[in-house]
Design a binder for this molecule. Structure first.
Ligand code: ADP
Length: 404
């Protein structure tokens, strides 16, 4: 089965092709036949396209970004034409899997995309304005370019759809429950992959391990996993809740928003911009949303970068503590995504707060670019894993599970 995976963000579009053969899914992610990345932020009015194939062919070009759909059509063309060709015609693709960020209350698992599903994704764009519209454009670009191929929506909210009510329902008026205002949680595809991978690395059955997964990228969230399911998570009704992130605030006192509306007459768009784009590491440091630049500025004595780091670490520990309480115990603490995988200082700072539980980080292992390994000392009471998240592979697996 040849599966094209599309993973659309607000400023980039990642795409890849896997071929899964055989009757069972392999334990390890397969090598990509083809992968492409479109970056809309590189050069105003242009899109940068980078394509790589398993055979080592590479292509890099910049094209006018007249419309997102046109740029995507151009990217999809490289699948069946030119030096990066890996199939002879679009009909060789059996399924296209899309990461869709918000599935709302109706979608608890991956589904084949129909007109109804498209309308639901569009309707839910108010809750994930940076993502759902881009996901929909990806679906439409495939319809226009690859014709009648079956498309599947894999929702970032689905893995959290069995949160207990006490964790999912906000203590507002009961009407909120009826209106679907509840904690949905996000990064579900990554949390699901990491949970399975963690169980595999530990040599345990997923149903028997209690995990806290720290997905720390530009967006950050924790998930508490018990009996193979997410039972608590830090993102909420939208991807804005919980931890401090690259440019998102995470949870803030809702009274602050009332204050801003009353005292400064802020518009909805201004509030949205402040909370989603001008807060977090970027907002506090005034430097960047990128943890590498924050670390660099700290080493040069920048006090705002230091403050941003201190808040980031404080909140990470705070929410790990909350997930611990929800789980009532812990077998492994898992770090993943850009910061979680690459920043040993974040891992060390998070773990330090829990040494009283007997959780012990091996500083040697932590420092040496760990990938899919245990970095706890042998006498640690809790394992500490670093896992390279493979969202695209998990999307391909979901497509495979739906059809095989
Ligand atoms: P996204 O949420 O956009 O998928 P990623 O998971 O790719 O984000 O994480 C991006 C972030 O990872 C960057 O903003 C940067 O802060 C961080 N990052 C990437 N590489 C490193 C590194 N070597 N050291 C520290 N942080 C890193």
């Amino acid at each position: 089965m040849k599966i094209l995976v599309l993973n659309a963000g607000s400023s980039t579009q990642k795409s890849c092709v896997y071929e899964i053969t055989g009757d069972t899914l392999p334990d390890e992610p397969l090598t990509l036949l083809w992968e492409a990345k479109v970056d809309w932020t590189h050069h105003q009015g242009f899109a940068e396209i980078e394509v790589k194939t398993a055979k080592g062919e590479q292509l890099q070009e910049e094209i006018p970004a007249d419309s997102r759909t046109q740029v995507m059509a151009h990217m999809l063309d490289t699948l069946c034409k030119g030096s990066t060709q890996v199939i002879s015609q679009p009909s060789e693709i059996d399924v296209v899997g899309h990461r869709v960020v918000h599935g709302g209350k109706d979608y608890h698992e991956s589904v084949v995309i129909t007109e109804d599903v498209k309308q639901a994704i569009a309707r839910l764009a108010v809750l994930a304005p940076d993502h759902n519209p881009a996901n929909l454009e990806g679906i439409e670009a495939v319809e226009q370019h690859l014709g009648t191929v079956t498309q599947v929506a894999v929702f970032d909210t689905a893995f959290h759809s069995h949160l207990p009510d006490a964790a999912a329902i906000y203590p507002g008026p009961y009407e909120w429950v009826e209106q679907g205002i509840r904690r949905y949680g996000f990064h579900g595809i990554s949390h699901q992959y990491c949970a399975q991978r963690a169980a595999h690395i530990l040599g345990r059955d997923l149903a028997s391990v209690r995990l806290i997964i720290c997905h720390l990228g530009n967006g950050c969230s924790l998930a508490a996993i018990k009996n193979g399911r997410s039972i608590d998570t830090t993102m909420g009704f939208t991807p804005l809740d919980g931890l401090m992130m690259g440019s998102r605030s995470g949870a803030v006192d809702p009274g602050i928003l009332i204050h801003l509306l009353r005292q400064f007459d802020n518009s909805v768009d201004e509030l949205n911009n402040v909370l989603n784009h001008a807060s977090g590491l970027r907002g506090i440091s005034g430097i960047s949303n990128d943890m590498r630049q924050i670390r660099e500025a700290i080493s040069q004595g920048n006090s705002r970068a230091q403050l941003a780091w201190d808040i980031y670490v404080h909140r990470l520990r705070f929410y790990i503590g909350a997930m611990l309480a929800s789980l009532g115990g812990l077998d492994a603490l898992v770090f993943t995504a850009g910061v979680g995988e690459n920043n040993p200082e974040v891992r060390a700072a998070a773990c330090e707060a829990f040494t009283f539980l007997g959780l012990k980080l091996d500083s040697e292992k932590n420092a040496h670019k760990p990938v899919d390994v245990d970095i706890a000392t042998s006498n640690s009471t809790v394992r500490i894993l670093v896992i390279h998240t493979e969202e695209d592979w998990e999307i391909a697996c979901e497509c495979w599970r739906l059809f095989e």
